[in-house]
Design a binder for this molecule. Structure first.
Ligand SMILES: *[C@@H]1O[C@H](CO)[C@@H](O)[C@H](O)[C@H]1NC(C)=O
Ligand SMILES: *[C@@H]1O[C@H](CO)[C@@H](O)[C@H](O)[C@H]1NC(C)=O
Ligand SMILES: *[C@@H]1O[C@H](CO)[C@@H](O)[C@H](O)[C@H]1NC(C)=O
Length: 276
């Protein structure tokens, strides 16, 4: 798929793009994002001030907890990361009146949401796509909690977290954030996620309907399908995966997550912010 689309592009444009990208990596070091992570800047045009890319807005009141979509970000099961996802079939430099990009990416790319149809074919057929997800679950008071760093999220871990009844949205920060897994190109199956008993415990013993996690899957790799089944079977819990929780103090926020209304899609990229 990548190669086929690439061939359509004029060689010169390709050359130009890679040249600009190379230059940008060097120039953009003036705008570090998360300390210790790779810079993900884009090209800087001559004579135009470089854009500022931010993680935090409004003097620390608003945190952007979505990852930028970049060619180097990890993709589930991939060694080489996301790869090219954006093309510029019409460009000013090529004689068009405007630049018009096209993108092609898996719906479960980067920070994204899962709909029940993701792992249940009968829900997929019945139309439980991302357009049917409850915006009230995706927006409202939310707790950002740190989980023990030496375990996956089991029933025992869930119990010790002591999340009060009535809490409906929880973002779980794990060892994945410390390991900066979302900033590494190569997919790492040793990420921390929910084991089946942890997912079941959450569904049966808490009021949590929004589960946020800091790598590409809320389910640990060892329990990939079983944990998804536990979460999604009741069609009440919404999973937001691949969150960027670096440098955000634990505590209570208002979360705002908005995905795309992709009719028929069981996943979608999602933009999430936390407001203090
Ligand atoms: C861009 O330029 C190439 C080479 O001249 C041409 O084949 C292509 O049709 C142009 N694309 C657009 C959108 O103008
Ligand atoms: C417009 O396209 C040119 C390439 O022809 C590119 O260098 C430039 O960054 C594009 N501008 C925007 C705003 O995307
Ligand atoms: C979590 O589970 C994965 C397998 O899904 C395993 O590779 C990893 O070591 C576990 N992490 C911890 C901290 O126990």
């Amino acid at each position: 798929m990548m190669a086929k689309t690439t061939i359509k592009l004029p060689f010169l444009l390709l050359f130009f793009t890679s040249l600009t990208l190379t230059l940008a990596v060097a120039e953009n070091t003036a705008y570090p994002t998360i300390p210790g992570t790779q810079e993900t800047g884009f090209s800087l045009a001559n004579e135009v001030p470089a854009p500022v890319r931010r993680e935090v807005y409004a003097d620390g009141r608003i945190y952007d907890i979505s990852h930028r979509i970049t060619t180097n970000m990890p993709a589930f099961g991939e060694l080489e990361g996301l790869g090219q996802y954006l093309w510029l079939p019409a460009s000013i430099k090529n004689g068009s009146l405007a630049n018009n990009s096209e993108m092609k990416l898996a719906t479960h790319t980067g920070t994204h949401v899962d709909a029940p149809g993701h792992v249940f074919d009968h829900y997929f057929d019945a139309g439980y796509d991302v357009d049917t997800l409850d915006l009230e679950v995706l927006n409202g008071p939310a707790l950002l909690v740190d989980v023990p760093r030496d375990k996956n999220i089991t029933a025992e871990v869930m119990e010790t977290l002591n999340i009060p009844k009535g809490v409906r949205r929880v973002l779980f920060r794990t060892l994945n954030t410390d390991r900066k897994l979302m900033f590494r190109k190569e997919f790492d199956s040793s990420y921390v996620g929910f084991m089946r008993d942890g997912a079941r415990w959450l569904v049966q013993n808490t009021d949590i309907k929004l589960v946020g996690i800091d790598y590409l899957s809320a389910a640990a790799y060892a329990d990939l399908l079983p944990s998804h089944y536990e979460f999604l079977e009741g069609r009440e819990v919404i999973l937001v995966e691949g969150l960027k929780l670096d440098g955000v103090p634990a505590g209570l926020y208002n979360v705002h997550c908005l995905h795309l209304r992709l009719l028929g899609a069981e996943g979608s990229p999602i933009r999430c912010i936390l407001i203090k």
